[in-house]
Design a protein around this ligand. Structure first.
Ligand code: NAI
Length: 454
């Protein structure tokens, strides 16, 4: 068989590359061992956000009476909850398959391996192509001696759990850890997060870490920070987690959320001349690997493991192969959203990174308290908007915590991505009352002319 481009892996990065390349007139084939849509659609972003919407609805019912809506949270119908989640995924999956078909992208369900530059094997079939795009993604990482089985879960099993656990220990206070902790707590479980570092979501700005820690404390989520995991034992009814230092924790389940490792082994990459470093594929800014005509996109390339970074990688590579000169994806400009209650959203440099790069005197920071925002008050919640600029220079970081703030990050992304100065943004009007006004207020303050704050 022969085509122009073979994409190995039909997840966010791979299918975006295929769609864009087809749009640019290329013949494209995706080799996918499971289902197009990958982790994000089937086991990650989409189904977890569906369950987090269930959690938010439960919290709304709990608060309803205080708003004058007489409602009682009577419990949960777990099969129906999962039917809702599966229904969303099924619809998006069908839509994606249809889109690929309509663009003329051929999908082969098989295990793909690289034979050599320009040659790929899909099961028993060999395909030649002028370009190969590796988009095989990432998979759950675990710790030595910790096997994912029975009551020791990865996010994939946690997602499909057929009961609401009475209690859970979450190992790792990164993004997966805090999202599941938030979900299970809203569903009524006792949750303890064990995190090796001194903070939850340790890579986020300290303003967001503080907001999340405070909110989780109020919600009754327990945290063991700076705690070193030693071992886990399980019985038919529960797990016992031992920490270094001798403490033991007991719960119905353990969720292991200590990161995700790139899937690059066994694909024939190194033999084909692709350099790999600690599991990740080494690329240049164009996402070209060290082997001719082989490119890499998404989680196999070191950097933030986010679906939307994968999409943009895919678009970039498709356009580059088609002879265009797309702007390379900047990892610093990839927006991040954590769908906990409260949500966290950020783009650009954290305060610590900004200080490291420009010095304390080289930056200015404004923290706007969302308590001053009418819409936030109405929908219930609290939070913060931290904006960071270079002195007399552009906005370089935006960090938000609060209800639904994930939807606000698009404006922040344009501001940071376009190197806008707060003075440039000040004349733009934010509708009242919206949560977006909080950003407007923060930018006004950063420009030295705050309106509703002192
Ligand atoms: P992560 O890298 O975000 O967090 C892992 C956490 O585990 C870190 O805080 C780390 O310090 C901690 N840890 C590592 N070893 C430990 C040990 N032995 N004991 C205690 N703590 C330990 O990885 P996570 O949460 O598994 O997520 C994987 C990827 O998926 C991330 O890159 C994340 O960005 C992505 N993701 C993104 C989401 C979003 O954008 N909303 C949602 C879920 C996942």
């Amino acid at each position: 068989m022969e085509t122009d481009i073979v994409v190995i892996g039909g997840g966010s990065g791979g299918y975006a590359a295929a769609l864009r390349a087809a749009e640019l007139g290329k013949r494209v084939m995706i080799i996918e061992r499971d289902k197009v849509g990958g982790t994000c659609l089937h086991r990650g972003c989409v189904p977890t956000k569906a369950l987090l919407h269930v959690a938010e609805t439960a919290d709304s019912v709990r608060e309803a009476t205080s708003l004058g809506v007489l409602a009682d949270l009577q419990g949960f119908d777990v099969p129906r909850m999962h039917a809702f989640r599966e229904g969303i995924v099924a619809k998006k999956y069908k839509g994606l398959e249809g889109l690929l078909r309509a663009r003329g992208v051929e999908t082969v369900i098989a295990e793909g391996t690289v034979v050599a530059p320009g040659r790929v094997r899909a099961g028993d079939v060999e395909i030649t192509a002028s370009d190969i795009i590796v988009a095989t993604g990432a998979q759950t990482r675990t710790l030595p001696g910790v096997e994912i089985s029975g009551r020791v879960l990865s996010s994939e099993q946690a997602l499909a759990l057929d009961e609401i656990p009475g209690s859970v220990i979450v190992l790792g206070g990164g993004v997966i850890g805090v999202e599941f902790a938030s979900l299970w707590r809203s569903l009524g479980a006792e949750v303890t997060i064990v995190e090796a570092l001194d903070h939850l979501v340790p890579t986020e700005d300290d303003a967001l870490r503080t907001q999340l820690a405070r909110a989780f404390r109020k919600r009754g989520i327990q945290t063991r920070l700076g705690a070193r995991f030693a071992s886990v034992a399980q019985t038919d009814t529960g797990v016992t987690v031992a920490l270094e230092g001798g403490d033991e924790l007991h719960a119905d389940y353990l969720l292991v959320a200590v990161g995700r490792a790139p899937v690059t082994a066994g694909l024939g990459l190194e033999d084909a001349g692709v350099q790999i470093d600690r599991g990740f594929i080494v690329t240049d800014a164009d996402l070209r690997t060290t082997a001719p005509g082989i490119w890499a996109v998404g989680d196999v390339v070191a950097g933030p493991q986010l679906a939307h970074r994968g999409f943009q990688h895919g678009i970039q590579v498709a356009e580059r192969i088609a002879g265009q000169h797309p702007v390379p994806v900047s990892d610093e400009l990839v927006p991040r959203v954590v769908y906990t209650s409260p949500e966290l959203a950020s783009v650009g440099l954290t305060r610590a990174q900004a200080v490291e790069r420009f010095g304390e005197d080289g930056i200015a920071v404004v923290d706007y308290n969302l308590a001053g925002n009418a819409r936030t008050e109405i929908i219930g919640g609290s939070g913060t908007a931290r904006v960071i600029r270079r002195v007399d220079g552009p906005v370089i970081g935006v960090h938000l915590a609060g209800p639904r703030v994930g939807e606000l990050i698009s404006e922040a992304q344009l501001v940071v991505g376009w190197d806008a100065h707060p003075e440039d943004i000040a004349p733009f009007i934010h509708a009242h009352p919206t949560q977006s006004e909080a950003l407007g207020e923060a930018f006004l303050a950063l420009a030295g002319k705050p309106l509703h704050v002192l």
